[in-house]
Every structure is written in C-alpha cells, then in structure tokens.
Design a protein around this ligand. Sequence first.
Ligand SMILES: Cc1cc2nc3c(=O)[nH]c(=O)nc-3n(C[C@H](O)[C@H](O)[C@H](O)COP(=O)(O)OP(=O)(O)OC[C@H]3O[C@@H](n4cnc5c(N)ncnc54)[C@H](O)[C@@H]3O)c2cc1C
Length: 400
Amino acid sequence: MKYDKEWDVIVVGAGPGGSKCAHEFAKRGMKTLVIDKKQEIGAPKRCGEGLSMRWIRITGQKPNPKWALQEIRGAVLISPRGKKVVIDTSKTGQTGYIIERKMWEKELAAEAIRSGAKYMLKANVIDLIKEDDTVKGVVVERDGKEEQYFSKIVIAADGVDSRIARMAGIQTTIPLTECDSGYQYEMANVPIEDPYKMELYFGKEVAPRGYIWVFPKGKDIANVGIGIIGSSEKTAKFYLDRWLENNSRFKDASIIEINAGVIPVCAPIETMVANGLMVIGDAARMINPIHGGGIGSAMEAGIIAAEVGANAIREGDVTRDRLMEYQKRWHEVRGKEFERILKVRKFFEKLSDEQMEIIADAVDPKVLVELGHGKGLATVVKALIKASPSAAKFAMSFLK
Ligand SMILES: Cc1cc2nc3c(=O)[nH]c(=O)nc-3n(C[C@H](O)[C@H](O)[C@H](O)COP(=O)(O)OP(=O)(O)OC[C@H]3O[C@@H](n4cnc5c(N)ncnc54)[C@H](O)[C@@H]3O)c2cc1C
C-alpha cells in the first residue's frame, strides 16, 4: 500500500496511547499517520486487561460486550498469611472492566481511522529525520526497504522499549529496580468465586515488591499474572509457576495464552518534548507506580499532547519551548498524583510480611483503595507505628 510522504503528525506506536492521540489529532483536522511494527494491532497483548471506568469514559466509549468482558466492582486483597480484605467499590462508582484488549485496541484504532487517521503496520521506525536540531520525520523499514516520511510533529508512543525518544536525545533509561517484570497466563476452567472482584495476592515469598493477580474474564476464564521487582534473581515466571503448583484451585485449569513484559513503575521521564517531538504513555514512563496500570494514563497523555500539538502546528511553532505546555499540563493533571503514588510504592516495598499483616488488620479497606490514588499514606503509616513502634524508625520519614 502507498502512503503520502508529508504529514502533519506521525505517531510511532499504535498502542492505546498512540491510537487515542492519533484520534484527537485527526479530529482537529490534522493529517495523521500511525506507524506500528506489529502486523496486528493489540496482539500480542502484554496486559492483565484491567481498565477502570474513568479511563473508558475519557475514550468517549461505552462498554461494549465485544471487548468489555467482565464488569469489576471491587477487589479482594489477600495478605501473606491469607487474610482477605474485601473492597467493594460499587457504591463509590470506582468500577471497571476486564477487557479483551486485542478487540478493544483495534476498536480504538478504528475510531481514529474514522476521524481521518491512516495506519501503516509491519513498519519498523528505525531512525528520526532531523534538521537543525528539530525532528522532521521518521525512517521506516517496510517490506525490506527503507522509506522516509516527513511531519511537523512526531509522537513517540512506542511503549516501554521506547527508542524514539532516545533518538531525539531524551534520557529514558531506567534502573532494573524501578521496573517490574510481568508474567501472565490466561487460563481456562478457573474456579471463580466472585467474577465482579479482582484478586490480588501479596507477600515477599509470593511476589517480591509486587503481587499476583487473578482477573476474571467471564465465568471461568481468568488472567493469572504476576509483577515483581525487575532486579529479582528468580524470574517472575518462577514465582507464578510455584504459586500455581501449590494452589489446588488451579488443578483442573490450563493455559490458553502466555504474556510477558516489563512495567516501568518509576517516575516519569524528566523531559517529555524536543523540537518537533512529544513522548507519551509507557515511552514516557507514565504508569501508576503502585499497581502498574498504564493504559488510561497513556491515552490521557495522548489527548493532552494532541491538544497542545495541534495548536502548535497551527501557530507554526513546534519548538521544544512551545511543546513544553504539554509536559506542564500533564504534570498538573496526573504527574503530581503519580509522585504521591511513587511514595506509597516506596513505603510498601520496605514492609516486612509481618508489617503487611498489621496493615491488613488495622486499616479501613476504603483507605487502601485511596492509596492507589496516592492518598491516605499518613493514615496507614500512623496505624503501623501505633501497632508496631519498632517500625517508627523507617516509617516516620513517610509522614513528611
Ligand atoms: C504483564 C503486564 C500486565 C499489565 N496489565 C495492565 C492492566 O491490567 N491495566 C493497565 O492499565 N495496564 C496494564 N499494563 C501496562 C499497559 O500494558 C501499558 O501501560 C500500556 O500498554 C501503555 O500503552 P502505550 O500506548 O504507551 O504503549 P504500548 O501499548 O506498549 O504500545 C506501543 C506500540 O509501539 C509499537 N512500537 C514500538 N517500537 C516501534 C518502532 N520502532 N516502530 C514502530 N512501532 C513501534 C509497538 O509495537 C506497540 O504496538 C500491563 C503491562 C504488563 C507488561
């Protein structure tokens, strides 16, 4: 298939961030090309497929049974010793879905295409075209040939492995300790007690610095996955397999899909723009550092980037200084919340299993929900210090 050489915007990566961003640019009349190295949008998935309603709402979508497979109205948190803390969010409206991400991502792309965006698949962006320190387009490897495409702005939406931002001179490297290693089986014939609740299992022996999840995808299908600290000597697969083998509940279940991937649970990158370039989503490390969800924040960043980018193109000024408005707005909308959540993550990774038990016993489940938004840490810290004064030494610093 032939493509024009000149575009207003080229989006590298047709994940949720890239497709939502392309949709918003195209809606604003910008000639938009999305390029992805994959041959099928959405596959292979690297995802537990949990998506909250607040993020579905920002897409303008209504949950569609084609991809919104299981409504979620809460969670069960299971402590290292097996204490269950049940969280019911049906009354607070914090609901969501376990989605079929392959279907949903294609739908997101279809919406962008209906607004005028074009998609090029099986095309690997191998370099940026630069002139006078400004990004002017991309070099693509497609059908064994190198091709050049030009644009006023390039969006780096190329996910956790992001090479595009680095090509523009932006620092994106993350230490292993700031990444989680994720591994997941989609399994069939899993006994599910309450399909409306996600199950999260904690403990140093279960999942160091992370958790095991069982996300129901209907009556007996579930995503059973794990995220652990990236510097762990033993692999995420080792911990997940061991947990499954020791859990008779899964004896009649079996795997129908295997997924793996890295989750950057770190602070976002310091600089998200260059002359003619903006970085969004996982490429900019915009992930909730406590639970590793990043679909919603990637789309949200895509929307802000398109609003700022389209205006910048109309004004004829795509310099770093002009595009910086995107970074400032993102920090206002989400960055500050993520900073607080990172503090929550750093507190939790210091806890022993014993201290986790104390928290499971002493803290109201509603407060535990708020931690996912970076709120309520002081309440948790105080409860821990009250029940275990020896924790005061490290915990006090988290009250500041
Ligand atoms: C095991 C696991 C479970 C997860 N579970 C959840 C969950 O339940 N809920 C949630 O919200 N988040 C979850 N996440 C995180 C979530 O998947 C990401 O945050 C989300 O996909 C980020 O979207 P994105 O658009 O930024 O990047 P991506 O979805 O990674 O998309 C990037 C795209 O760029 C393309 N690309 C990369 N380089 C190039 C190139 N050079 N040329 C052309 N194309 C390129 C890739 O092919 C890809 O399609 C999970 C992650 C993992 C690993």
